[in-house]
Design a protein around this ligand. Structure first.
Ligand code: SAH
Ligand code: SF4
Ligand code: F3S
Length: 459
């Protein structure tokens, strides 16, 4: 076993990247790499990057500028060298160019290669002079087969990747190019991993996938499991109290999934179902493969199945050709559906995507103005939802300590942070019933309901 080395990992982008960063730390631990909080003095720096919008990708280059100084300083100290690696979606999309532009980068590797990391690191450590490593292959099945069976350091609420990649090819999006084709892990692998982390204290799992409800993993009997089926199987696990999944596509909401929301109390009544736009014209140009009426219909069926269901979404404003009328259709959809938490973005043209070559790109100031109007409406809806929670009782999974002595913070079924006083750290990991006493734009406060505050799991 080699001596301890310092590893600094910085994560950009989505939850899948957060998960992947943890996996990278797991595969490097046996080589003696321990995680540290800053790049300065580290033996290895990994930037796990995101390519989704221009800003996200640019950040990587500015961070590399800073890291250059630390790398130099380390070399001047005469200590071991600092390996600088770029992973994730920028690496996948622009690996070769990145190497050319940034001489300090020793390694570039894409999201499907993390299981090969120990071998790459060994090579980089041996490398003399300008021997640099680039690996942007797409052997997805291999990745899942070769990573350690289980993720370390999972808390009361844990993430499990169940699906990766995307075959949808929305015209604005880089994900199908950076993450490759859809791949679903075998059902029993996920069930077993969940059992293991639940045995270690996890009470809530969030199933991750770029297109998570397109999940179609192999079942143990040669059959194929849908996401609905997987949710049913996971629901059987004693000690697991809550199940979430992210991110879904409206096209892949099937009956099985709707029935899972109706029948399984452990499946939280909160669904992130990005719609992007409320205009049929724009939805078509985006290649979203559904229209606004279809979205309304899906939401209606979901709410009939689970009346407590609340929704969140992603929106893009200023997609090429989006007119004021199109944008107003989006506002109208938002008013009709009602969302409780959302992410909204100005359209950002991405290299190689069809939309970036479309005519009628929307001017920056129009995008900014539309984004502000949309966000005002969404913020209003979010606050109204939070205020409506006041007086209600909710089950809250306590998962961290608060700022003040005796204060804990947990998550409601709707992912709202809820603050509660008068508890101790021994209560972490419990699901308690709270009466909501106050609401802010982004959080709630509650009091313990003394009687009947059992470990139940309803909203
Ligand atoms: N798989 C998910 C989304 C992944 S990307 C889905 O299908 O919904 C996360 C969000 O980033 C998208 O929902 C979209 O709103 C936004 N996004 C993706 N590409 C973008 C671009 N080129 N410009 C602005 N926002 C973008
Ligand atoms: Fe991107 Fe569309 Fe795939 Fe989501 S469904 S990852 S937005 S291409
Ligand atoms: Fe970004 Fe890649 Fe995730 S582009 S959003 S890190 S899949």
């Amino acid at each position: 076993m080699s001596a301890t080395k310092k590893l600094f990992v910085k994560t950009y982008g989505c939850q899948m990247n957060v998960y992947d960063s943890q996996r990278m730390q797991d595969v490097l631990a046996p080589l003696g790499y321990q995680s540290v909080d800053e790049a300065e003095g580290a033996d290895m720096v990994i930037l796990n990057t995101c390519h989704i919008r221009e800003k996200a990708a640019e950040k990587v280059f500015s961070d590399l500028g800073r890291i250059r100084k630390h790398k130099k300083a380390k070399e001047e100290n005469g200590t071991d060298k600092m390996i600088v690696a770029v992973a994730g979606c920028v690496a996948q999309a622009e690996g070769a160019e990145l190497m050319r532009r940034e001489p300090i980068v020793d390694m570039v590797f894409g999201p499907q290669t993390y299981h090969r990391l120990p071998e790459m690191v060994a090579r980089a450590n041996r490398a003399i002079g300008n021997d640099r490593i680039i690996d942007t292959d797409f052997p997805v099945e291999e990745k899942f087969d070769h990573l350690p069976a289980q993720v370390s350091q999972q808390g009361y609420s844990a993430f499990i990747a169940i699906q990766e990649g995307c075959d949808k090819f929305c015209t604005f999006c880089v994900v199908p190019y950076t993450r490759g084709a859809e791949y679903s892990r075998p059902g029993m692998d996920i069930v077993n991993e969940t059992r293991q982390i639940v045995a270690q204290g996890t009470r809530e799992v969030t199933l991750l996938g770029q297109n998570v409800n397109a999940y179609h993993g192999a079942g143990p009997d040669g059959d194929e499991w849908t996401l609905g089926r997987l949710l049913r199987e996971l629901s059987e696990i004693d000690g697991l109290e809550r199940i979430r999944y992210i991110t879904s596509h409206p096209r892949d909401v099937d009956d099985d999934l709707i029935f899972a929301h109706r029948d399984l109390p452990k499946v939280m009544p909160f669904l992130h179902l990005p719609v992007q736009s409320g205009s049929d014209r724009v939805l078509q140009a985006m290649n979203r493969k559904h229209d606004r009426q279809t979205y309304f219909d899906i939401v209606k069926r979901l709410r009939e199945a689970q009346p407590d269901l609340a929704l969140s979404s992603d929106f893009i404003v200023g997609f090429p050709g989006e007119s004021e009328k199109d944008f107003e259709d989006t506002l109208d959809l938002v008013r009709q559906v009602g969302f409780i938490q959302t992410f909204s973005f100005k359209y950002s043209p991405r290299p190689g995507t069809p939309a970036s070559a479309m005519e009628l790109q929307v001017p920056e100031e129009v995008k900014a103005e539309r984004l502000a109007r949309l966000q005002d409406l969404l913020a209003e809806q979010q606050l109204a939802f939070n205020q409506n929670c006041v007086g209600r009782e909710m089950d809250v999974l306590l998962d961290r300590t608060g700022k003040f002595e005796g204060q804990l913070v947990g998550r409601s079924p709707y992912m709202q942070p809820v603050h509660v006083n008068g508890l101790t750290e021994a209560d972490l990991g419990r699901i308690v019933r709270l009466k909501i006493t106050a609401a802010k734009p982004f959080s709630l406060a509650g009091e313990l309901v003394e009687e009947g505050g059992s470990e139940r799991n309803v909203a």
